[in-house]
Write a protein that binds this ligand. Structure first.
Ligand code: HT7
Ligand code: ZN
Length: 855
C-alpha cells in the first residue's frame, strides 16, 4: 500500500474558498450536489484533483457547462479535471447509500439518524473534494429530507432558512462563516429531542446551546450540558478564548468509531460520552462525559480556529487539547487524583505503544492509513509535551505563548513547529533540544543515583538517560528532560525545597550542599516528564515517601514502587519483605487527612500489565499468581479495616460531589480487598452491595468483584444485571465488559460464548470494544497458554475488517506485542498475525498494523 511521508508535503495546487452543498437525504440513496469555487494556488498547470472514495460522478460541470469526456478522468477514486484558467466554478453530483455504510466514515445511518464523520478522510466518501486539512472553505449547506423520518436537520454554523416541500419533505439551510477544512464538516438528520440552554460569553454575546438525543434519553443529558457550560467559562478564564458562533449543538449517536468529533458548531458524540444518570453511569462514566465534552469544545480554538496543516501535525490539535481537557477536569475535581489517573492511562496505553512495533514519534514521519495514528502517543504523550513546556515556562509565560499562538495562527492551518516557536517567542525560552520530543519515539529511561558524602556534607545526584531504539530509529540523542526533584530530611521529614532539574546530557550530576545525613530522594514529582525512572531507593525510603512526600503524585508513586518491588520479587521467586506494603496501606487507609479518592488510588495494586512492563519477558501466569496472592494477603491481614471502611463509606443518598465520589471509590476498593481476604461472607457482602446500590458505580464494582470469583452469587448477579439492562445498549456493554475483564479461570471460554450471544454485534463499535477490547486488555486471560485468546481476537479482526476496518485495526496492537512474551506464546501470536495477513481483501488499516507488528 501507498505510504504518505511528511517530507513530501507540498502546498495544495488548488484552493476552494467557498463550497455550497445540496443534500437530497435518504438512507438508501442520498444525492449530493456540490458547487466549488476553485482558485489555482501558484503558477502551475496541474489539473484540479478532487479526492473521492467509492464515488462516481453523475454530473460534472465547469462554469455551468458539462465537461467534455477528454477533460476529466478518475485516478484511484479521485476526480481529475483539466482547467484552463485560475478561477472556476466546479459542480459535481454523486449518489451515496448511508444505510450501507458500515465503516461509519462519511455519511452513515445510526439508529434511524443520518450523521457524518469526516475526520480524517471521510469527506471524500460524501463528495469530490481536496480532502486535506490545509484547504479551508466557507460552507453553505442545504438539506432536504422526509419530514416525518427526519424532522430535525442540523449542520455546521448558524441556521439561516428552512421551508416545506411537496411529498412530506422539508429543507433547511445552514451557513458557517468560518473557513474550515472539510474534516470539520458535519450534518445530522433525524428525530431528535433537544436539551436547550444558553451561555453568555465574556463579551456579552448569547449562544444557544443544544444537546440533541432520542426523546427517551433527554433526562440523561444534564451532566453533559453542565460540562459544556463549565468548559465555555473555563476556556474564557484560563485561555481568554471565547465561543464564536450563535449556536453550539451536540448530537449523540449510538454507532461511532471514536469518542466524539469536534465538527465546527456541531459536535457529534458517541452516546456513551453524553448520556449519564446515576442508575446507568459510573463515576468514571460521568468524568468521561465531562472530559470529552470539554475536549471537543476546546477544539473550537485548538483545532478549528487554528487547524493542522497536514495529518503529521495531528498532535498539534490533539496533544494540546488533551492537555487542556486534563487541566479542566483537574480544576473541576482533584488535581492530585486526576494526575494519578492520567499517568496510569499514559503508562498503560502509551508506554506500551512506545515499547512495541507500532512505536512512532509524536510527529510521525510516515503512514499508510492515517486512522491508525489516532494513538496514545499522538494524544497522551502529545499532552505530556505541552505539559513539560508549560512547566518550563511557568503559568504567565505559557499563557503569553498560547496567546501568541492563537493570535498568530487564527484562521490558518499550522504545524507543531509553529506551536513550539510561539512558546519560544511568547515564553522567551530556547526549546531547541526540546524539539527532539516531537522527533524521537520511545520512552526515555532515567537512572537516578543519589550518593552522600558525610565529610563534605553534600549529596550528588547522578542522572543517566537512554532512549531505547524504536522502529526506524536505532540511534537516539539525549533529550531535554525536566525533572521536578526534592530531597527529604529523614529525621525531620522535612522537604528542603522543590527544584526543577533539566537533564539535557546522557549523564549529568547535580550536587546539593548542607546534608549531614543522607536525604531521601523524591524525583519526577507530579510526573513532570513522561519517562521511566529507576532509582537506588530502598524499600525503607519508599515507605518513608509513601507516608511523608508532600507531592501527592510522588507519594502515590512511592507506594506503587513499594508494591512493584514486592511483586517483582514474588514473581522472580525472591522474598521481599511484604510487611512494609501492608503497613503503608494501613497508614494510608487510616489517615484521616487524606482524600479518600487519593487513598483508593494509592492502595490499589499495580495492574498485571504494568507488572509485565517491569519484566524482560512477560510471564502472565506468574504475574497473576503473585498479584493475586498479595491481594489476598492484604485482604486477610487488614480484613477488619476493609469491613470498617466498607461500612462507614456507605451513603444514605446518591450525590455527585467529589466527596461522595471519593467515598464510593474507596468503598469499592475495600470491597475488593474484603472479597480477596477469603472471608466466607465475601460474596454475600458483594452481592449485598450489588443489590442495594442506588448507583451504577457501586453496582458495577460489586458485579466486577463477584465476576472474579466462582460463587453462586456471581451467576445470580450477572443474570439480574442482564435482565435489568438488556434493552439499554450502553449499560449492556458493561455486562459484556465486566465478564471480559474478569480474573476468572474460564474468561477465555466465556468470551468465546459471549461472542455468540444474541446481543453481541460487530456493527456497533462500543459493543466490540466492550467484549474484545476489554478481553485483549485482560493480560492473564488473553495470554492463555493455549493461544485461544489470540485466536478469538484474530477471528474478530478478520470478521470486523469486512465491516469496519478502523475498529478492527484497533484490536491489532495487543497481538502485535509478541516480542515481549515467551517463545511458545510469541509463536502463537505471530501465527495469528500471519493468518490475518493472508485474508483476501484485507483493509489498508489492518494491513498496516499487522505488517508492522510482524517486522
Ligand atoms: N478529532 C476526533 C477524531 C475522530 C476520529 C478519528 C478517526 C476516526 C473516527 C473519528 N472520530 C473522531 C476526536 C477527538 O480527538 O476529539
Ligand atoms: Zn481531539
Amino acid at each position: 500500500p501507498h505510504v504518505v511521508r511528511r517530507e513530501d508535503y507540498r502546498p495544495p495546487d488548488w484552493l476552494v474558498p467557498d463550497i455550497a452543498l445540496d443534500f437530497d437525504l435518504d438512507a438508501a440513496a442520498t444525492r449530493v450536489h456540490a458547487t466549488l469555487s476553485v482558485t489555482r494556488n501558484g503558477d502551475h498547470d496541474r489539473p484540479l484533483k478532487l479526492d473521492g472514495d467509492g464515488l462516481l460522478p453523475l454530473e460534472i460541470r465547469v462554469d455551468g457547462n458539462p465537461v467534455a469526456a477528454d477533460l476529466w478522468s478518475m485516478d484511484s477514486g479521485a476526480l481529475v479535471i483539466a482547467l484552463p484558467d485560475a478561477v472556476h466554478i466546479v459542480e459535481t453530483l454523486v449518489e451515496i447509500a448511508p444505510q450501507d455504510n458500515s465503516k461509519l466514515m462519511g455519511l452513515y445511518a445510526s439508529g434511524g439518524l443520518l450523521c457524518t464523520q469526516c475526520e480524517a478522510e471521510g469527506f471524500r466518501r460524501i463528495t469530490f473534494f481536496p480532502d486535506r486539512p490545509d484547504v479551508l472553505s466557507r460552507y453553505s449547506v442545504r438539506m432536504a429530507a422526509d419530514k416525518a423520518l427526519y424532522p430535525v436537520l442540523l449542520a455546521n454554523g448558524d441556521p439561516v432558512e428552512q421551508g416545506e416541500l411537496p411529498g412530506g419533505r422539508h429543507w433547511a439551510r445552514w451557513n458557517d462563516p468560518f473557513p474550515k477544512p472539510c474534516y470539520l464538516f458535519a450534518l445530522v438528520a433525524g428525530d431528535l429531542a433537544c436539551n436547550a440552554d444558553r451561555f453568555v460569553t465574556m463579551s456579552g454575546r448569547e449562544v444557544q446551546l443544544g444537546i440533541w438525543v432520542r426523546e427517551a434519553d433527554l433526562p440523561r443529558t444534564a451532566h453533559a450540558m453542565q460540562a459544556l457550560r463549565n468548559s465555555m467559562a473555563w476556556d474564557e478564564r484560563v485561555y481568554g478564548r471565547e465561543y464564536d458562533l450563535d449556536v453550539f449543538n451536540i448530537v449523540a449517536v449510538a454507532d461511532f468509531n471514536f469518542g466524539a468529533m469536534e465538527n465546527k458548531g456541531l459536535n457529534i458524540f458517541n452516546s456513551r460520552y453524553i448520556l449519564a444518570d446515576p442508575e446507568t453511569a459510573t463515576d468514571i462514566d460521568y468524568d468521561g462525559v465531562e472530559g470529552v465534552v470539554a475536549h471537543e469544545y476546546f477544539h473550537n480554538w485548538s483545532g478549528n480556529r487554528v487547524t493542522c496543516r497536514d495529518w503529521f501535525q495531528l498532535s498539534l490539535k490533539e496533544g494540546f487539547t488533551v492537555f487542556r481537557d486534563q487541566n479542566f477536569s483537574a480544576d473541576m475535581g482533584s488535581h492530585a487524583v486526576k494526575r494519578i489517573e492520567d499517568v496510569r492511562i499514559l503508562r498503560a496505553a502509551q508506554f506500551q505503544e512506545d515499547s512495541g512495533p507500532l512505536a512512532h514519534p509524536v510527529r510521525p514521519e510516515s503512514y499508510m492509513e492515517i486512522s491508525n495514528f489516532y494513538t496514545a502517543t499522538i494524544y497522551n504523550k502529545g499532552a505530556e509535551l505541552i505539559r513539560m513546556m508549560a512547566l518550563m515556562l511557568g503559568p504567565e509565560r505559557f499563557r503569553a505563548g498560547t496567546d501568541l499562538y492563537f493570535d498568530r495562527h487564527d484562521g490558518e492551518a499550522a504545524t507543531c513547529e509553529d506551536f513550539v516557536r510561539a512558546m519560544e517567542e511568547g515564553g522567551e525560552i530556547d526549546l531547541g533540544q526540546f524539539r527532539l520530543w516531537y522527533e524521537q519515539a520511545g520512552t526515555p529511561h532515567v537512572r537516578a543515583l543519589l550518593t552522600h558524602d558525610p565529610v563534605a556534607r553534600s549529596v550528588t545526584l547522578l542522572l543517566e538517560q537512554t532512549v531505547p531504539p524504536t522502529p526506524g530509529q536505532p540511534e537516539k540523542r539525549p533529550m531535554a528532560i525536566p525533572l521536578r526533584t526534592a530531597l527529604f530530611d529523614p529525621e525531620t521529614g522535612e522537604n528542603r525545597g522543590d527544584e526543577l532539574l533539566m537533564l539535557t546530557e546522557a549523564r549529568q550530576s547535580f550536587t546539593f550542599q548542607g546534608w549531614t545525613a543522607a536525604p531521601i530522594l523524591s524525583i519526577n514529582r507530579g510526573f513532570s516528564a513522561p519517562v521511566i525512572v529507576e532509582t537506588n531507593r530502598s524499600q525503607a525510603d519508599l515507605a518513608f515517601l509513601s507516608a511523608h512526600d508532600d507531592d501527592p503524585f510522588a507519594r502515590y508513586e512511592a507506594m506503587q514502587q513499594l508494591m512493584v518491588n514486592v511483586l517483582v520479587g514474588r514473581i522472580g521467586g525472591q522474598a521481599v519483605d511484604e510487611d512494609a506494603v501492608i503497613a503503608a496501606i494501613r497508614n494510608a487507609a487510616t489517615d484521616p487527612l487524606l482524600d479518600p479518592a487519593f487513598v483508593a488510588e494509592a492502595i490499589r495494586l499495580p495492574s498485571e500489565a504494568y507488572l509485565g512492563d517491569q519484566m524482560a519477558v512477560v510471564d502472565p501466569d506468574a504475574i497473576h499468581a503473585a498479584r493475586d496472592a498479595l491481594q489476598r494477603r492484604i485482604g486477610a491481614e487488614l480484613e477488619p479495616l476493609w469491613r470498617d471502611i466498607h461500612a462507614r463509606t456507605r451513603a444514605n443518598a446518591f450525590a455527585l460531589s467529589s466527596v461522595a465520589k471519593g467515598a464510593r471509590k474507596l468503598r469499592n476498593t475495600a470491597l475488593l480487598y474484603l472479597a480477596a481476604s477469603g472471608a466466607v461472607d465475601g460474596p454475600t457482602v458483594a452481592f449485598g452491595q450489588f443489590s442495594e446500590a442506588d448507583n451504577m458505580t457501586e453496582r458495577q464494582a460489586a458485579l466486577a468483584t463477584l465476576a472474579n470469583g466462582t460463587s453462586a452469587e456471581r451467576e445470580a448477579a450477572l443474570d439480574i444485571f442482564y435482565n435489568r439492562y438488556r434493552d439499554d445498549a450502553l449499560t449492556l456493554d458493561k455486562w459484556f465488559q465486566t465478564q471480559a475483564f474478569a480474573f476468572h479461570p474460564d474468561t477465555v471460554d466465556l468470551v468465546e460464548e459471549l461472542g455468540r450471544h444474541k446481543d453481541f454485534t460487530l456493527t456497533n463499535p462500543n459493543r466490540v470494544r466492550a467484549l474484545y477490547g476489554a478481553f485483549a486488555g485482560n493480560q492473564w486471560a488473553f495470554h492463555h497458554p493455549s493461544g485461544k485468546g489470540y485466536r478469538l481476537v484474530a477471528d474478530c479482526i478478520i470478521a470486523l475488517d469486512k465491516l469496519n476496518p478502523q475498529t478492527a485495526a484497533r484490536l491489532v496492537p495487543p497481538l502485535g506485542r509478541w516480542k515481549r512474551f515467551d517463545e511458545p506464546r510469541a509463536a502463537l501470536m505471530r501465527a495469528e498475525l500471519q493468518r490475518i495477513l493472508l485474508e483476501p481483501g484485507l483493509s489498508k488499516d489492518v494491513t498496516e498494523q499487522v505488517s508492522k507488528s510482524l517486522e
